[in-house]
Ligand binder design. Structure first.
Ligand SMILES: Cc1cc2nc3c(=O)[nH]c(=O)nc-3n(C[C@H](O)[C@H](O)[C@H](O)COP(=O)(O)OP(=O)(O)OC[C@H]3O[C@@H](n4cnc5c(N)ncnc54)[C@H](O)[C@@H]3O)c2cc1C
Length: 372
């Protein structure tokens, strides 16, 4: 039996680990376009220099070897669900490859979206991948420090507020004057968190540190050095860091399977709806059952990876499948947010906890990286 796992992020690695734990005899192939696993929650701290890219990344090959799987480093360019094979791009050491599977697990994450706003992608930096985060850090390092720079962070979700906090630390450490704007089209920051209290706390914290918050401010167009908002306002900028919004991986675009807004719709057992041999997990999947929808976060990605692996084994053995029960949901999210200055905040079961929040975030990061 050959299981092919596409994507070696949180969901894919957890699934592979569980597959091997439960079934010694399975043939497992893991494919990723990157040679390394890295830890996105720490990307904002790469900007301030608190962590280096090497500290939050490690080679995939030994991790994959540990679970006795084959590792193919290549971009998957086509999924043929009828013929049951995936095609990879031509790699430097070979040609395009068709890899047949008995069961496919898709764990290919998500991509940054710029919502089709003219000039946004062209003129913005981002922190959606480690490579892009390093490019953003280089752009920060290369600013003209003989004058006051204007930095715009677009999107005041979890990543946006963390980036704004780290930027304050970056400029403080350089002793350089700056204006940092955090721009959000919704009426308040952190719109995905149901409780207003946490948004108020974060707003006050960041404002106190000099970040200027622009809510109900939607971007219309981005030009070189100038941004235009829908209400007619304009701002000159030196650097834009775009953190607003994710979209489904482009590999899914031409796939003729049930989807919601482009995400793969999965059944309660994490199979792509209507399919028995294709599972989807993590940011790739749209899991919604009995009014509860999984969030797109590390906790859900690893939880789904684990359950999907169990269900793959169960389905091979003809056993009853296990229903997935999300924990960190859209309706009831929980999160750890770092805000710069070694401070943070925890949001859990509708409660906000400030004490030890940053230390806990770092502890989770260290524990995760140690696992590899
Ligand atoms: C800046 C930032 C901060 C974040 N902070 C937090 C946080 O604090 N807490 C939290 O819970 N979540 C956070 N997240 C979200 C979290 O990182 C994601 O929810 C999580 O990574 C999803 O895991 P995944 O396995 O589904 O996808 P990913 O971890 O994205 O893994 C997908 C893998 O698929 C590979 N891949 C994609 N397409 C192809 C292809 N065509 N061919 C081959 N390989 C492919 C990619 O290279 C990647 O390795 C953050 C995300 C970002 C970007």
């Amino acid at each position: 039996m050959h299981i092919v796992v596409v994507g070696c992020g949180f969901a894919g690695l957890e699934a592979a680990r569980m597959l091997r734990k439960k079934a010694k005899e399975l043939e497992i192939t893991m494919i990723d376009r990157k040679p390394r696993f890295d830890y996105p929650p720490a990307y904002p701290e790469v900007l301030s220099g608190k962590v280096t890219p090497d500290e939050i990344a490690c080679d995939l090959k030994p991790i994959v070897t540990k679970v006795r799987a084959e590792f193919i480093r290549a971009e998957v360019v086509t999924l043929d669900l009828q013929a049951k094979k995936v095609r990879t791009e031509a790699t430097s050491d070979g040609e395009e490859r068709d890899i047949p599977y008995d069961v496919l697990l898709l764990a290919i994450g998500a991509e940054q979206t710029f919502f089709g706003i003219p000039g946004a992608e062209e003129h913005s930096y981002s922190v959606n991948t480690l490579k892009n985060t390093i490019a953003t850090k280089n752009a920060l390092d290369n600013l003209d420090y003989s004058r006051k720079n204007v930095i715009l962070v677009i999107g005041a979700g979890l990543t946006g507020v963390e980036v704004a906090g780290e930027l304050v630390d970056y400029f403080r450490d350089r002793n350089a004057p700056v204006r940092i704007y955090l721009v959000e089209m919704m009426p308040r920051i952190l719109p995905a968190l149901p409780k207003e209290e946490i948004a108020t706390h974060v707003r006050r914290f960041l404002s106190h540190r000099g970040v200027e918050l622009l809510t109900e401010t939607a971007v219309q167009e981005v030009n070189e050095r100038k941004i235009l908002f829908k209400d007619g306002r304009e701002l000159r900028y030196d650097l834009i860091i775009w953190t607003a919004g994710i979209k489904p991986n482009r590999l899914l675009e031409h796939l003729d399977v049930p989807k919601v807004k482009g995400w793969l719709k999965v059944d309660p057992y994490l199979r792509v709806e209507g399919m028995h041999d294709v599972f989807a997990v993590g940011d790739t999947a749209w899991f919604e059952h009995e009014g509860v929808r999984s969030g797109q976060n590390v906790e859900e990605a690893t939880g789904q990876g684990k359950v999907a692996a169990e269900n793959i084994i169960r389905s091979l053995k003809g056993k009853k499948l296990k229903r997935y029960r999300p924990k960190n949901t859209i309706q009831n999210p929980r999160t750890l947010i770092s805000l710069g200055d070694d401070k943070g905040v925890i949001y859990l079961r509708g409660l906000m906890v400030r004490i030890f929040a940053y230390r806990l975030k770092k502890f989770v990061e260290h524990r995760y990286m140690r696992m590899f």
